[in-house]
Design a protein. Structure first.
Length: 175
């Protein structure tokens, strides 16, 4: 299945390395052994050398990584985090995210290169970037600062995450 190249996106293939350039930036990938990316009609095609189990599994992975690179440099990716708790809030200052999470000190999280943060209503943080892997790692690191707990749902969670609530001691002792 070819990866279509939108207008304004160019791909450069040199041996096993693929570089994609677009309006949101430039991303590069070193393809695994046995995989090669070729320019074909309709976009980029990922071909495999043999039909072994290893090559078949790497074929789909490599194709998806190339597709994510193309989408990242053309449209970009975003991840939304929600902060719940009394007094918990976030503030974006330059290349860092200042978080108040109930600790005795504010937490300063430096954003990786290529990732931008915007804060709405002090409790909704939107991370945006071209590289999906770096964006996911940054979002997971921010969430790990104060994960959402199951009793009062205080902490940081993804916007699409569902927190399973637990009953406290009073409800458990009433049985």
């Amino acid at each position: 299945m070819p990866v279509p190249l939108p207008s304004g996106v160019t791909a450069d293939i040199k041996g096993n390395a693929v570089s994609v350039k677009g309006p949101k930036g430039t991303l590069a990938l070193e393809c695994p052994e046995g995989m090669r990316v070729e320019r074909g009609d309709g976009g980029l095609r990922v071909e495999r050398a043999s039909d072994t189990i290893q090559d078949r599994s790497l074929h789909g992975l490599t194709r998806k990584l190339v597709a994510n690179m193309v989408r990242g440099v053309s449209v970009g990716f975003s991840r939304v985090l929600e902060i719940n708790g009394v007094g918990y809030r976030a503030e974006a200052k330059g290349k860092a995210l200042h978080l108040t999470l109930g600790f005795s000190h504010p937490v300063v999280f430096p954003l990786p290169p290529g990732i931008t943060a915007s804060v709405e209503r002090q409790t909704v943080v939107t991370l945006e970037g071209a590289d999906r892997q770096v964006l996911g790692q940054a979002a997971a690191a921010i969430r790990a600062l104060r994960p959402c707990e199951p009793y009062k749902a205080k902490g940081i969670k993804y916007s699409d995450e569902i927190v399973r609530r637990k009953s406290g001691k009073a409800a458990a002792g009433a049985r």
